[in-house]
Design a protein around this ligand. Structure first.
Ligand SMILES: C[S@@+](CC[C@H](N)C(=O)[O-])C[C@H]1O[C@@H](n2cnc3c(N)ncnc32)[C@H](O)[C@@H]1O
Length: 231
């Protein structure tokens, strides 16, 4: 039955925790520097702005944002990834304003309702199911202040790796031992607009995050929380 298969795919996708724990148990010297997306987003924000990163991994971007003078909350469900961030905070002391949140995006609460200056989601929307991504984006809409910024970077369906591996639902595949769901730029834009954002810029291109032989086509969305609240 299609319905029950969807449930199974969702459960498996959300059990990728073990994969991410193992991934961050390994050293990834090539993933220590901030991403080009983080550098760009920081240049668009004022110092002291509060930023919530969803799915921060080893903290490469969260640490950079904190070092750049932003007040950062960085969340991830992987205790191994968060331990790596903590250890980097100790190894590379700086006057940081970085707090860690051990949560999946679907379990974030609304304690920052209407207060955050920016929400940053890099390479995390393609790591979760469409349902979970929608929960995370709605959370961002509720917790950003009017005029607050949403920054998303994720793999596009136009990337050459689309279709590799074992099918795992619409636009999704188990590849490299984990779940990847490729993003349709128009659908992401429509969803974001539908929950109360103005899209300032949408980029869909390769050459933005080349790693080894992987040059994914990415969707980048720069959006602003509209002033009028959607009901
Ligand atoms: C590809 S890594 C990206 C990490 C980091 N943002 C970066 O750009 O290097 C995906 C991250 O998403 C996290 N993740 C997986 N499922 C998640 C969920 N449901 N909510 C929040 N983060 C999740 C993983 O633990 C992992 O750290």
């Amino acid at each position: 039955m299609e319905g029950s298969q969807d449930v199974a795919v969702t459960a498996e996708a959300n059990e990728d925790q073990t994969y991410w724990d193992r991934f961050y148990e390994q050293a990834h010297p090539d993933l220590l520097e901030p991403s080009s997306f983080a550098r760009l987003c920081v240049s668009l924000l004022s110092r002291d702005e509060s930023v919530f990163e969803v799915g921060c991994g080893n903290g490469r971007d969260a640490l950079y944002m904190a070092r750049s003078g932003l007040r950062v909350l960085a969340s991830d469900p992987s205790p191994v990834a968060l331990a790596e961030v903590r250890s980097r905070m100790q190894r590379e002391p700086f006057d940081h304003r970085l707090r860690l949140v051990a949560r999946r995006m679907e379990n974030l609460d609304d304690r920052h309702a209407g207060a955050l200056g920016a929400v940053y989601m890099r390479f995390v929307l393609h790591a979760v199911t469409a349902e979970v991504a929608s929960v995370g984006l709605s959370w961002a809409s509720r917790n950003l202040r009017p005029g607050g910024r949403l920054f998303v970077e994720a793999r596009s369906v136009l990337g050459s790796r689309y279709g590799e591996g074992q099918p795992a639902g619409r636009d999704a595949f188990f590849q490299d031992d984990h779940y990847r769901r490729f993003i349709r730029a128009d659908e992401l834009r429509d969803e974001i607009v539908g929950i109360g954002f103005r899209v300032n810029e949408l980029v869909e291109a390769g050459g933005l995050a080349v790693r080894d032989r992987d040059d994914p086509v990415l969707v980048r969305v720069f959006a602003t929380r509209a002033h009028a609240r959607h009901s």
